[in-house]
Design a protein around this ligand. Structure first.
Ligand SMILES: Cc1ncc(COP(=O)(O)O)c(C=O)c1O
Length: 424
C-alpha cells in the first residue's frame, strides 16, 4: 500500500496558507508541484557537478554527462522506450511545445528535400493530408497547421463526441491513404478524456502515415508504454510530471529518428563541419540536441521519473481515480455543467466545468479567495471550448498529492459560487 499522505508531505509548497486558508493546489494540468527530491536534485547538481555535457576532458564534465545520460535512461524506462538493442530513443527538448515544433519543422525540412532519400517518408506536399483532432492543445494544432501551410498539405481532423471524446467511429473516412501524419492527444487537457489511441495508430499505419502522440497529460497520470501503443513519436513536458520547467522529451522509434533530418542546428549535434561542404550530423539523439543542454533540469526530470516509478504508475492512477470519482459529483451542483465525460471511465482527474451565469474568471477568483488554485480560461484549446459552445471554462486538475479533503473543499466552494454571484 502506498502512503499518499507521506507522498503529499514531500511537497514543501503545499505547506502554506493562501489568503488565510490552507493551500489547495488543483492546477496540476498547468504544471505539477515538485517533490523535495526533485528540488534537491537540481540544486545538488549546481552545488557539486555543474558542467556542460559531452565535451571537456575534466572530471565534472564526465560526471555531468553521466548524470544527464542516467536521466535519459530513467525517462526511457518510465515510458518503455529504447530499441530491443538498447539504442536511445529519447531526445531532450525544451518541452512538449518544443518537441512538437521540432517534429513539424523537421517534417518541413524533409519536404524541402533535406535528409535525402531516407527522409522522404516525412515529406509532405500538395495533395497530402495531416490529421489532428479537435481535442488538440494549440501546441499540436498550430505547428501542424503551419506545416500544412508551408508544404501545401491539407489539415484534417477527427471530431469529438458529444461528451468531448475523440471520435473513432469514422477513422477510415478521415484518415485516408493521402494522410502522411496523424497527431493526436493521449489525454485532453480540458476534458481529461483518454483517447482510444490503438485504433487510430492502426489506421494511421494502415495508410502509411506517421503517428505522433501528445503525451503531455497522460505521462503524469497513467502508465504510458510507447511500444505497446506502437506510436512513432511522442512528446511531453517534464514540468507536468513533477520535474522542472524548461525541459521535455521526444520519443521516436529508432529507425525514424535515424531517418529524420534535424530542425535545430548548432553546437554538439555535428560530427564534422566545414566552410564549403555540408556538415555531417551526429547520430540521434545528439543530432536533435543542438546547443548547451539544460543539464540540471534534465537530471532532476530523471529523478522525477524514478520517483514516479517508485510509487508505481498503477498506484498513481488508482489514487487519482478515487479523487476523480468524488470530483465528478461537481456535476450534481445546481447550474454546474461538466465539459467532458461525467463518469470515471477512460479519463484522468482533470475536470473542466461551466457555472451557469458566472464568468470563469469570477469563479476562479472566488475559489482563489478560499486558498484553492484552479485554472480558468480556454486552456490553450479553443476548438474544444467551441465544441461545447463556450469560449472559456474552469478546470480542476488533480495530482498525486491531492486528497479527498482537497476535493471536498473545492466542491464546497464551487457550490457557493452561484449563491454569491447570483443569489441562487
Ligand atoms: C495536452 C497538452 N499538450 C501540450 C501542452 C504543451 O506543454 P508545454 O507548454 O509544457 O510545452 C500542454 C500544456 O498545457 C498540454 O496540456
Amino acid at each position: 500500500m502506498v502512503d499518499f499522505d507521506a507522498i503529499r508531505a514531500q511537497f514543501p509548497i503545499l505547506d502554506q496558507q493562501i489568503h488565510g486558508h490552507p493551500f489547495v493546489y488543483l492546477d496540476s494540468g498547468a504544471t505539477a508541484q515538485k517533490p523535495e527530491c526533485v528540488i534537491e536534485a537540481e540544486s545538488e547538481f549546481y552545488r557539486t557537478i555543474n558542467a556542460g555535457v559531452h565535451r571537456g576532458a575534466h572530471e565534472l564534465a564526465a560526471r555531468s554527462t553521466e548524470a544527464f545520460e542516467r536521466a535519459r535512461a530513467q525517462v526511457a524506462r518510465l515510458v518503455g522506450a529504447n530499441s530491443a538493442e538498447g539504442e536511445e530513443e529519447i531526445v531532450v527538448t525544451s518541452g512538449a511545445t518544443g518537441g512538437l515544433n521540432e517534429l513539424a519543422t523537421a517534417f518541413g525540412n524533409a519536404s524541402l528535400g533535406r535528409g535525402g532519400e531516407a527522409a522522404r517518408r516525412f515529406a509532405l506536399g500538395p495533395g497530402d493530408e495531416i490529421v489532428v483532432s479537435k481535442a488538440e492543445h494549440h501546441s499540436v494544432l498550430l505547428p501542424f497547421q503551419e506545416l500544412a501551410a508551408r508544404t501545401g498539405a491539407t489539415l484534417k481532423w477527427l471530431d469529438l463526441t458529444e461528451d468531448g471524446r475523440v471520435r473513432i467511429d469514422n477513422l477510415d473516412e478521415v484518415i485516408t491513404d493521402r494522410a502522411k501524419v496523424v497527431a493526436v492527444t493521449h489525454v485532453s487537457n480540458v476534458t481529461g478524456a483518454i483517447t482510444d489511441v490503438p485504433p487510430i495508430v492502426r489506421r494511421a499505419h494502415e495508410v502509411g502515415a506517421i503517428f505522433i502522440l501528445d503525451a503531455c497529460q497522460s505521462v503524469p497520470h497513467i502508465r504510458v508504454d510507447v511500444k505497446a501503443l506502437d506510436v512513432d513519436f511522442a512528446c511531453w513536458s517534464a514540468h507536468k510530471m513533477y520535474g522542472p520547467t524548461g525541459v521535455g522529451f521526444l520519443y521516436g522509434k529508432r529507425d525514424l529518428l535515424e531517418a529524420l533530418p534535424p530542425a535545430n542546428f548548432g553546437g554538439s549535434m555535428v560530427e564534422l563541419a566545414w566552410m564549403d561542404r555540408p556538415a555531417q550530423y551526429m547520430e540521434p539523439p545528439a543530432r536533435f540536441e543542438a546547443g548547451t543542454q539544460p543539464v540540471a533540469q534534465v537530471v532532476a526530470a530523471g529523478v522525477a521519473a524514478e520517483w514516479m516509478m517508485n510509487i508505481g504508475m498503477d498506484a498513481i492512477a488508482e489514487h487519482e481515480r478515487m479523487l476523480t470519482d468524488r470530483l465528478l459529483s461537481i456535476g450534481d451542483i445546481e447550474g454546474v455543467r461538466i465539459l467532458g465525460p461525467a463518469n470515471d471511465r477512460d479519463r484522468v482527474g482533470t475536470v473542466a466545468f461551466d457555472v451557469d451565469g458566472v464568468h470563469p474568471h469570477d469563479v476562479g477568483q472566488f475559489v482563489d479567495a478560499e486558498g484553492i488554485a484552479i485554472r480558468v480560461g480556454h486552456h490553450c484549446a479553443q476548438p474544444v471550448h467551441r465544441h461545447f459552445g463556450l469560449y472559456a471554462s474552469n478546470r480542476i486538475s488533480c495530482g498525486v498529492y491531492n486528497n479527498l479533503d482537497d476535493i471536498d473543499r473545492v466542491l464546497d466552494t464551487v457550490s457557493r459560487v452561484r449563491g454569491f454571484f447570483l443569489g441562487k
